[in-house]
Design a protein around this ligand. Structure first.
Ligand SMILES: C[S@@+](CC[C@H](N)C(=O)[O-])C[C@H]1O[C@@H](n2cnc3c(N)ncnc32)[C@H](O)[C@@H]1O
Length: 276
């Protein structure tokens, strides 16, 4: 089992590298999460793995340790009601201020294995088919190269596609390859995956009309959540919107955003005022 001092060292690295806040009561969880990596590195346990970092001259082992600790959980159209609100409320609201042929730029920040940006690509495709959508460019980023590799492949197991996708959507936008399902080329081509750490400035990638940063900020302490939200505000178009995860909040830590509805799911830049 990790010692408290080793756990404290891991917690410092996790906060500094990706803004992951690890409370002391997570010691046993962290110990268990690091066991597979420890085995791969030829160490008997997580404690030995931490010791091994002191013998390395590069940072690669710390990268791998922190990568093993990020929460990769995701699924297609996660939080159904939120996606309905996105389709029925937020996207029409953004498009209302745009020219009919406008191109929307969307950022899925913290996209894990790709289910979120592919859900976006499917939704935008469906809206376009109904004559409501716009041409869309989706940029999907994550700090984990391991998760991005899977996302870029666009290949999912039966279990993964069943989590959140209706049979209609599965058949319309995926093709079966053996036991797996591959996102159709048209949907895949709509998404560009890139490595990006939300602890650094995203300004060069922006501005975006819509940013999804869902179930990422909840892993951060207030200090990193505030700083990250303020960086996101800087990458948002003046009349753009930020979509958080269900139950996540922003206005409690920063005044960079204002809520657009009771649920606090969609946020505008605080200084944005719709032209009368
Ligand atoms: C719980 S998943 C959420 C995935 C997706 N947004 C969703 O809601 O289903 C959190 C993701 O955020 C990523 N993440 C955590 N800290 C990050 C950081 N500092 N920069 C970029 N991505 C980060 C993790 O690697 C992980 O893939």
């Amino acid at each position: 089992m990790l010692t408290e001092a080793q756990f404290a060292l891991i917690a410092r690295q996790a906060k500094r590298r990706v803004g992951l806040a690890l409370k002391p009561d997570r010691l046993a969880v962290v110990d268990a999460r690091l066991a597979p990596l420890a085995r791969r590195e030829g160490c008997a346990c997580a404690g030995e793995l931490v010791q091994a970092t002191q013998e390395r001259s590069d940072d690669l082992l710390w990268d791998a340790i922190v990568d093993a600790l990020v929460d990769p959980s995701t699924h297609f159209f996660r939080d159904r009601a939120a996606w309905r609100a996105l389709a029925e409320r937020a996207i029409p609201d953004i498009l209302r201020g745009r020219a009919p042929n406008a191109r929307l730029r969307i950022w899925s920040a913290g996209c894990a294995t790709g289910q979120e940006p592919f859900s976006l690509a499917i939704l935008m495709d469906e809206l376009r088919e109904e004559g409501q959508g716009a041409t869309t460019e989706i940029v999907a980023t994550d700090v984990s190269a391991r998760l991005l590799d899977k996302a870029t492949a666009g290949i999912f197991s039966q279990f993964e596609v069943q989590r959140g996708l209706s049979v209609r959507r599965m058949i319309a936008r995926f093709e079966r390859i053996g036991e797996m399902w591959r996102v159709m080329d048209r949907v895949r081509a709509a998404v560009r995956f890139e490595a990006h750490n939300l602890m650094s400035e995203p300004a060069a990638m922006g501005p975006f009309d819509l940013i999804l940063c869902r179930n990422v900020l909840c892993g951060m302490d207030d200090e990193d959540r505030k700083a990250t939200l303020e960086r996101l505000a800087g990458a948002l178009a003046e009349d753009g919107m930020l979509m958080l995860g269900a139950g996540e909040h922003a206005v409690d830590v920063t005044d960079a955003f204002s809520r657009t509805g009771e649920d606090g799911l969609f946020l505008r830049n605080a200084y944005w005022r719709r032209a009368a």
